[in-house]
Every structure is written in structure tokens, then in C-alpha cells.
Ligand binder design. Sequence first.
Ligand code: SF4
Length: 395
Amino acid sequence: MNRGTKAACVQNSRIHIVSGLKLAMVRIGAVLTILILSLKINPNPFKAVRLLRSLIRERVTIHGNEGGIKAVKAGKKYFWSTNVPGWPSEAFNHFIYNEFQRIHSPLESHLQTIFLGITNVCPLNCIHCFESENLSDKDNLSLEELVNIMEKINNHGIRHIHLSGGEPLSRFDDMIELLRFSGNTKEFWINTSGFGLTREKAFVMKQNGITGAIISLDDWDEKKHNAFRKNDKSYFWVKEAVRNCNEAGIIVCLALCCIREFATEENLDRYLQLAKEMGAVFVRIMEPVKVGRFSGKDVQLDQFQIGIIDRFMLSRNSDPAYAGYPIIQFPGHHQRRSGCQGAGNRYLYIDSNGQFHSCPFCRKPLGNALTESLDFGIAQARAAGCHLFQQRTLA
Ligand code: SF4
């Protein structure tokens, strides 16, 4: 990898990676916040410290990344993961409170995050699309129905919401209406291809409460990415989207679907370098799953390829030489060791038809959010469990 090149880093000054002494001070502040929250639950200081220690032991499971030598500063908040609200914030406090409740009563659900599909429409035609069965040229849910579902999410106290689709940008005005309806106590992320994410849209999204964008980029090579997405403008829009989000103050995570041919250390290093140069501060590596257009196809990574990604993630997240590089998240690594965080455990998926599923990759309709309560969906998902986790632990 060419780490010596002086590639222009386009990271927004409001969004950058912190490490070293600065991070140590930030961590002290975050731990103090958590200790105060613990004391509110347990006035006995010994019990409060014990609770704090239990939470610290859970840290890697919660964050979905290891290393701990860097965090992302965005505006006045600090982020260790795309899975956890930024500190300091009311959403962060709520998240921690929920985790304390989980320690007290591990058999109950303490849902933290909802993935919500808001549209069936998408301009792309990706070879791996896990949503292919739900894609259409028109939306199945009206705005009113989406608001109805969002009201249930709000009433349940969920503070961390990932909007997806289809392509959520295909339904831009309705998405903004949903954000306005939800108020500003929640943290919203958008899962997007970046297609059509103009500067103007990025600023409107930021003004209405989008914290971060998880933008799909499936290769460092423009032609290969465009072939994967079956659209020769896709790579162009990824670059535009990253730049526009940075300018608007939206955190960028690049999401890679790491197919077999890509799973080499050299490819991963080139990707990480490009992500840094574009201005992303997180990289999420996803494994191909036999759902949607990959159904029935021999796409799963083998143990050797998984090992390459594991070592890559662990080393680049902990090596001080990579302190300025994006934080890598590899959910498969933690899922194999700590179990599934979806299936009504920490998160739940509601697709663009309103159907509950354990997660976007564990697809089995479990009832509809329009007619059923969120508690019903959570109970169904917990009962159904995660067949992906079962496959991975058996592999
Ligand atoms: S993977 Fe996402 S961007 Fe690609 S076709 Fe499916 S919904 Fe659209």
C-alpha cells in the first residue's frame, strides 16, 4: 500500500479521526458520563463501578470494532462505531441506560436500533442486491403509513435509526418529512448507494437530522465497482456523495461487500487508502450472503478469506501507524464470537413493505409493523433467531 503518498485528505475539519492524548481525554469524559448514569441506577458506588466494569467488558460486542486507538469527532460529538450514538448526547445516555438494563435482565429485549426500509424504488441493479424481492418502480407504503411505523418506533423509545430501501434517496422528500416528524432526540443514519446525493441534498439531510451516511463502495477499481452495481455512473456518485456529505457535516462510512475475488490484503489496503483519501472515517466490511440475487449462488467466503479480513481489521484498527485511517468494522468477526446482535436483540429490521425481519440478511417475514406492535415484532424475531449466525458458527 502506498501510505507514503501525500494524497489530499478531504476530511471535513468538523469530521476527523482523533487518537493519542486527545482520545485519552475524550475516553475519560465518556467513562465519567457512564459512571454518573450507573450511579443514578445504583447509588451504592461499589455496585455502580461493578456495573460500569460489566459494560466495559461488553464494549467490543456493542461497538463491533476492536483496537480502541481511535475515534471519530463530528461536530461536538465523538463516535467509536456506526452502531452507537455519539457522545455526549441524550441518545448516547439512553443507549447506555439500555445496556445497563440488559446486564440486569439479559433475557429481556433491550432494542437499540431499527433498520427501516422506506422505499421499494432503486435506480441501480446490483448483482448482490439482498432487497431484490422488494424492489419495484413504485412504493408499497404511503408516507402516512411510514409515519405510522415511525410513531411506533418513537413510542418505543428507539433513538438510533438506520434508513434504507431500495435507495432511500429515491424518496427524498418523504424521507425529510419522516425526519421532521421524528424530532431531534434521535440519531439517524442513511444506508445508500450515494446515487444522486447532491450537495444540496446533503445539506438538507444534515439540517433535518441525518448524522451519518453508509455509502456502498464495492471495489477500489471504478470499472469493477460499476460492473457490480450495473451502472456506469455509480462510482462517480459514490465520490460525489462522500464529498457532499463531508461538506455538509455528515459522517461517512464506506460499506464494502467483500466478494471472494476481492478478499486479499492488497485489495483491502488499497480500499482503505482510497476511503481515507475520499474522506470516509469508517469502513464496514460485509460478507456476501446467499439472499436476494445471491440466493442459491456459491458466494460465501471460506475460512482462509475470512481470516484475511479478520487480521486486516484487527491490525489496521490497532496499529498506531494507521491511527489516521478509517475505523474498520467487520460485523462477521464479532458475530462469530459474540452472537447475533440483530433478531430483536440489539436491532430489528422493518423492510419497505413494513414486514419485520431478524435483519436485512436474515429474511423471513415475521408480521407487519403497520398492524402489529414493535413488541410483537421483537418477540417474533427473538423466537425466530438468526439463521445466519447458526450457519457461521457451524462453518
Ligand atoms: S443493493 Fe441497494 S443500491 Fe443495489 S439494487 Fe439493491 S437496493 Fe439498490
